[in-house]
Design a protein around this ligand. Sequence first.
Ligand SMILES: O=C(CO)[C@H](O)[C@H](O)COP(=O)(O)O
Length: 218
Amino acid sequence: MNQDELKQAVGRAALEYVPDNCIVGVGTGSTANCFIDALATMKGRIQGAVSSSEASVARLKSHGIPVFELNTVDHLPVYVDGADEINRQLQMIKGGGAALTREKIVAAVAEQFICIADESKLVDVLGKFPLPVEVIPMARSYVARQLVKLGGHPAYREGVITDNGNIIIDVHGLRISEANKLESQINEIVGVVTNGLFAHRRADVLLLGTSKGVQTLK
Ligand SMILES: O=C(CO)[C@H](O)[C@H](O)COP(=O)(O)O
């Protein structure tokens, strides 16, 4: 199977975790898109979805799946999303698609986080993928200097504005051994909205697409 087929396989496999009649949390990116397409096949059995990005809202609506505002929803049994990197503790780097803040918010509300990924995303140590940080625009230079003090090499992601009207700084050169600590340290920098480390709220289940089939890690 090629990478696209692996993404489709994990997107379909995630349907097992979606209870009947629920509102489901939906992530962002090419793997999450495969989940949305699979979800369309059971749209008559769910109430609808809460989305982590405008792009996913558009894809959900194109399938006729009702989209709810998160503030109107008090129970979200499951959130399904991809990752840029994930380790065996199910801690992740996310935000390659610049949707990290809304992803973290929806994931915080959900009871279960199901990560769907092809096998290229599984790593021993997080940090080869540059860590995305969402930043208030006027704080860009200050935040970059603070990220250097933490040992990273920040790069402004030019031309990208998040759904929240902010910018993204990608931090290169990190080898993340204490993900919880680094997530908190970066979030303490004034001007940071959030960073793409999902260590405090890690995944509960990883559905990993491999050449031998979909493996489940918990
Ligand atoms: O965090 C994300 C978007 O902000 C995505 O989940 C992450 O970038 C993975 O995307 P893809 O499934 O396209 O590889």
